[in-house]
Design a protein around this ligand. Structure first.
Ligand SMILES: O=C(O)/C(S)=C/c1c[nH]c2cc(Br)ccc12
Ligand SMILES: [Ca+2]
Length: 173
């Protein structure tokens, strides 16, 4: 039942090519986000939607088909729940300390240096993280972990890449 409902929503967003482009994704995310007054954001940028597609685009079409879209939607749904949990002061953004806990709750184990890098990269001028930056950060973390694991066949935690392989990894993200 819910799947059918999802399919119709997807059909409406994707249009008759049944694939969602970055622009179409941005429109639907920004439409949904306006219904969540507790999520402070200027909305998702085209760039962050491109990254989300790069993360979820398993078949290399550069767009999202229905199952890729459902997978992304469920991740954002899970991650927005974590964000709201830490958005205690209802300002709609979280501070760098709350960000550490939120990233942890999302299942990422990082070190202090990485948490500082994330704050530098995603925080706004008040050193707080808006909702869209939070999602963009987790999308990127997930993409980079997954790309590493794809290269680390024997699972020994190290990979060996040529510069072009490195660029393949880092440019479509
Ligand atoms: O608050 C909720 O229960 C849900 S279902 C939230 C969301 C579920 N998908 C979302 C996508 C964006 Br963008 C923002 C909020 C949500
Ligand atoms: Ca695809």
């Amino acid at each position: 039942e819910e799947d059918q409902q999802f399919r119709t929503i997807f059909q409406e967003i994707a249009g008759d090519d049944m694939e969602i482009t970055a622009n179409e994704l941005r429109n639907v995310l920004n439409r949904v986000i306006t219904t969540h007054k507790d999520l402070n954001t200027e909305g998702f940028s085209l760039e962050s939607c491109r990254s989300m597609i790069a993360l979820m685009d398993m078949d290399g079409t550069g767009r999202l088909n229905l199952q890729e879209f459902i997978h992304l939607w469920n991740k954002i749904k899970q991650w927005q729940g974590i964000f709201k949990h830490y958005n205690a002061d209802q300002t709609g953004s979280i501070n760098s300390y709350e960000m550490r806990n939120a990233v942890n709750d999302a299942g990422f184990r990082l070190n202090n240096q990485l948490y500082d890098i994330i704050t530098m990269r995603y925080a706004n001028e008040n050193m707080n993280i808006d909702f869209d930056s939070f999602i963009s950060c987790l999308v990127r973390l997930e993409a980079m972990f997954r790309a590493f694991q794809a290269f680390d066949q024997d699972g020994d935690g190290t990979i060996r890449l040529s510069v072009l392989e490195w660029l393949q990894l880092t440019m479509y993200a």
